[in-house]
Ligand binder design. Structure first.
Ligand code: AMP
Length: 115
């Protein structure tokens, strides 16, 4: 695995027509393959390859990613109807892009994943 990702490229390009939200720690944009009417990715600006790379010094990014998701849920008016936040990890978790990101999904009733 190398030290860059497609998400690093998007963050670096800083194309404001794509970017929904950006701050010092995260960048957000729409998922290219929308599986719900609202499907936004909240991506760490720094390359952290998976949630397994979270440690004592970078753990604060996770809280910030969730905080930003709540802001975007309000902005996209899915806070009242509800939404789901997902982080996939490695093969069994279905992770495709090895750059830490949180999926914000909503805008329809999502199927149950746990029962
Ligand atoms: P994950 O399976 O959690 O690693 O999710 C990776 C997500 O990135 C998938 O939902 C892809 O559809 C999405 N994706 C891949 N390439 C791009 C891209 N260039 N722009 C936006 N989303 C992308």
């Amino acid at each position: 695995m190398n030290n860059t990702s497609i998400f690093s490229k998007i963050i670096k390009e800083n194309d404001l027509s794509k970017i929904i939200y950006k701050d010092k720690y995260v960048t957000s944009f729409h998922d290219i393959k929308q599986i719900a009417p609202i499907h936004i990715l909240i991506v760490s600006n720094k390359l952290i390859k998976s949630i397994n790379e979270i440690n004592k010094s970078n753990k604060y990014i996770l809280g910030h990613m969730i905080y930003v998701a709540t802001i975007l849920a309000k902005q996209f008016k899915i806070d009242k109807s509800g939404y789901r936040l997902i982080i996939n990890c490695n093969k069994d978790g279905g992770q495709e892009i090895f750059h830490l990101h949180l999926h914000l999904l909503g805008g329809k009733k999502l199927g149950k994943m746990l029962s």
